[in-house]
Design a protein around this ligand. Structure first.
Ligand code: DC
Length: 224
């Protein structure tokens, strides 16, 4: 049955706008949404809560395989993520959790442990999956594969505005350095490095509005 359920894979580096675009495309098409980065983030967060060290591969794979999570929305329609029944929405999005996620995502046993869980999100009428290896690995048969990029400078600017908006004080230079370091780690790692699928369509969102990028993906989706 899963063959009949179309998947739109949206991959790319952190800050390229994947999350926002994936959410909008899923809403416009009435598709389900998989934020695969959140699963790596939740693994890192659960490890931190259990006092498990981020280089204990076996323990991390066990945590990934047994994640008790729920994705939903709160009363005002904002994202809500539960881990073991507790609201961790804010903690999932912190820079610290992101850095932890990048470390656990480099471990093959953790990736293997999360594979089946990711594929369970593929349900009718369709799925929009956002991550790094959606088109190359998890949903290699996706009907549409988009590789979304933006310049490192623009990604740092977006993240800066986002954090400032939440009242979090950060330096733009430090954010740029973090983004570049994470890009390097994600694309140079030996395990599932970030790269576009051969049949992916490249989309550079630098200088483009969210609406324009969403519409481009929706135009492409109409052709599948
Ligand atoms: O997209 P994000 O910032 O939430 O991802 C967090 C980390 O997880 C990031 O360092 C890359 C990693 N990741 C991955 O390796 N594979 C995915 N499919 C999604 C995220």
């Amino acid at each position: 049955m899963s063959q009949a359920v179309p998947v739109i894979a949206i991959d790319g580096p952190s800050g390229s706008g994947k999350g926002t675009i994936a959410r909008r495309v899923a809403a416009a098409l009435g598709y389900h949404l998989l934020d695969s980065g959140a699963l790596y983030r939740l693994t890192a967060l659960a490890a931190q809560k259990e006092g498990v060290c981020l280089d204990d591969t076996r323990a991390l794979a066990r945590i990934a395989a047994g994640l008790d999570i729920q994705f939903g929305s709160d009363a005002s329609g904002d994202e809500l993520i539960l881990l073991n029944g507790a609201d961790v929405t804010e903690q999932v999005r912190t820079e610290q959790t992101g850095a932890g996620a990048s470390r656990v995502a480099a471990l093959q046993p953790v990736r293997d442990a999360l594979l089946g869980l990711q594929r369970t999100f593929r349900k009718p009428p369709g799925l929009v999956a956002d991550g790094r290896d959606m088109g190359t690995h998890v949903f290699a048969d996706a009907a549409l594969k988009v590789f979304l990029t933006a310049s490192a400078e623009e990604r740092a600017q977006r993240r800066y505005k986002q954090l400032k908006g939440k009242g979090i004080d950060v330096s733009l230079a430090a954010l740029s350095r973090d983004i570049e370091a994470r890009d390097r780690r994600d694309s140079e790692r030996s395990v599932a490095p970030l790269r576009p699928a051969e049949d992916a369509r490249m989309l550079d969102s630098s200088g483009q509005s969210i609406e324009a990028v969403t519409n481009t993906v929706l135009d492409w989706a109409r052709g599948i």
